[in-house]
Design a binder for this molecule. Structure first.
Ligand SMILES: Nc1nc2c(ncn2[C@@H]2O[C@H](COP(=O)(O)OP(=O)(O)OP(=O)(O)O)[C@@H](O)[C@H]2O)c(=O)[nH]1
Ligand SMILES: [Mg+2]
Length: 224
């Protein structure tokens, strides 16, 4: 079984002090309200209603954590986050989320990667750019340009190229950034994004080498 197929609900977090303290690597899914974050998590994990997706924007109101890995020994977390940019959310709620998201994305040590989910038809919006600026420079980020089924191939290619260029400019050369087309309707990008997320989480295939220790860092390698 693939690592992501083992995903199950772990916990909901509404304030920073409630964040898990187990140190497991986390991959966060962020993006505008209704962009398709919860749908993307469900497709990656091959589950229908693991993360709740909905036609009602603003449904996800806190950080929802999902464990992956063997049942008795989770090896990582997927984190579904509240969408931003939904006008009907009260101002105070919006401010609270921005404070939570900003501190979470900018300083959370176990955060090993960020999936920015964006509607391919809108590309990146100002709110997405602000979000990208929150992410610590060393944290890798991939933009999943979802609802790719709504565009033809040429339009999709153009959007992808534009977002790749913009991310590179926004984040600078030292910050790993990538983008891909994605669709929950036809499965575009599913395997590529699953590979990226599993790689961030340590590349452990659940079961196979789940008992193996993580390789120690090269003593004289970068970051030693
Ligand atoms: N056509 C199409 N629709 C999609 C795709 N992904 C998501 N949707 C639809 O977009 C709507 C919103 O999806 P969600 O996954 O709930 O979006 P979200 O980003 O989690 O939204 P919030 O939790 O409110 O921030 C739903 O009606 C989904 O069915 C896609 O790839 N293609
Ligand atoms: Mg959601």
């Amino acid at each position: 079984m693939s690592l992501l197929a083992t995903a199950r609900f772990h916990t909901t977090v509404a304030a920073l002090h409630q964040l898990p303290r187990d140190g497991l690597p986390e991959v966060a899914f962020v993006g505008r309200s209704n962009a398709g974050k919860s749908s993307a998590i469900n497709l990656l994990c091959r589950r229908r209603r693991l993360a709740f997706s909905s036609r009602t924007p603003g449904r996800t109101q806190a950080l929802n954590f999902f464990h992956v890995g063997p049942a008795d020994r989770p090896v990582g977390e997927l984190v579904d986050t509240p969408g931003y940019g939904f006008a009907a959310v009260p101002h105070a709620t919006r401010e609270a989320w921005q404070a939570l998201a900003g501190r979470y994305l900018g300083s959370r040590v176990p955060l090993v990667g960020v999936v920015l989910v964006a509607d391919v038809r809108r590309r990146l919006t100002d709110l997405d750019r602000r979000l990208v600026a929150f992410v610590a420079p060393g944290t890798p980020l991939v933009a999943a340009l979802t609802k790719a089924d709504k565009l033809n191939r040429q339009q999709g290619r153009e959007a992808l190229a534009a977002v790749l260029a913009e991310l590179a400019a926004l984040r600078g050369p030292g910050s790993p950034s990538h983008a891909l087309l994605f669709s929950v309707l036809d499965g575009t990008g599913r395997d590529e994004l699953a590979g990226v997320v599993e790689n961030w989480l340590g590349g452990l295939a659940a079961g196979a080498d789940a008992d193996a220790e993580k390789k120690p860092r090269q003593p004289d390698g970068p970051g030693a």
